[in-house]
Design a protein around this ligand. Structure first.
Ligand SMILES: [Zn+2]
Length: 306
């Protein structure tokens, strides 16, 4: 656990080379922490052991160093933390907040209303009140859901302003452990950030709607809420969201044609942090960084990067 007043974090998934969007989110996480004299924790999010590897993890570390984004401590990867997650899972059980869910994927999609923002559904609570007999009659292994309260959560986001969600109506009871025994992202992230003493979570906009679920778990586990900062997504000049398929924009390709300072300067300029596009190091950029300068809406990248 880090004892600094401000502790940020990098939490990459080692499933391939960083693409420009990952670089941008990591840069802002680093700038936010370092501009306040804070520390940074690195953690590999490798719950999906099929898609991730230690080779990719090593490349990620090397890429972060090339960018000039250093960290103070690396905590164990999620794939090694099942026993820890199990303890927190048991705590939810003791609080009588867990129940087994036997719904199949197709049942979930037909019964539940579509979710507003991220395409997932609002779970209708189908399995919340099954009797012991009904549970015994099931033939498949259950996933485990945590009961959510009917209460409004407010994220005072450093990047996006206020974001509100009532988990009961906007999300429903959510899965914390899959039927195959694997703990889900929401639980793992909450435990890892909480135990590492992370005080600010800076990441891509697509994870904003995860924050209320994590705030709820933080409360149940006795962790303080971190500050949140969700950074805009990067789009191609034609308005398309960048993805892993844009291989010419992964860091392997970018490193062959740009210096770290040229890449950071271009990103900082399109994001609103500096007035003109000129090479700058991450360290020099800390003096220019303020959350108020950062654009809120999706950012079209400079065509010079393509
Ligand atoms: Zn169910």
């Amino acid at each position: 656990m880090m004892e600094k007043t401000v502790v940020g974090r990098f939490a990459p998934t080692p499933s391939g080379r960083m693409h420009l969007g990952n670089v941008f989110a990591a840069l802002i996480a680093w700038l936010s922490a370092r501009s306040q004299g804070g520390g940074l924790v690195l953690r590999m999010e490798d719950l999906d052991t099929q898609r991730t590897s230690s080779t990719y993890a090593e490349t990620l570390r090397e890429d972060l160093k090339w960018l000039g984004l250093d960290w103070d401590l690396e905590t164990p990867p999620q794939s090694q933390r099942s026993a820890v997650y199990e303890r927190y899972f048991d705590r939810l059980k003791e609080l009588d907040l867990l129940y087994p869910c036997y719904c199949t994927r197709s049942q979930l999609h037909s019964v539940n209303a579509p979710h507003l923002s991220d395409g997932t559904y609002v779970y209708a609570g189908t399995c919340r009140n099954l009797t012991e007999e009904q549970k015994k009659a099931q033939t498949r292994l259950p996933a485990w859901r945590v009961k959510v309260p009917d209460r409004l959560w407010t994220v005072e986001d450093m990047g996006q302003g206020l974001y509100r969600e009532n988990l009961a109506t906007d999300c429903g009871d959510f899965v914390v452990r899959r039927a195959d025994g694997v703990f889900v992202y929401q639980l793992a992230v909450t435990v890892d950030d909480g135990e590492a003493g992370v005080t600010e979570v800076v990441r891509g906009m697509d994870l904003l709607s995860s924050s209320p679920r994590q705030m709820y778990l933080q409360e149940l586990f006795g962790f303080r809420h971190p500050a949140y900062g969700h950074v805009p997504l990067l789009m191609a000049p034609d308005g398309r969201r960048l993805s892993k398929r844009d291989q010419d924009l992964d860091l392997g390709a970018l490193r062959q044609r740009l210096s770290p300072e040229a890449l950071i300067g271009s990103l900082a300029h399109t994001a609103g942090l500096i007035d003109k596009s000129a090479p700058i190091s991450a360290k020099e950029l800390t003096a220019e960084f303020h959350w108020e300068k950062l654009k809120k809406e999706n950012i079209c990248i400079d065509s010079g990067l393509l």
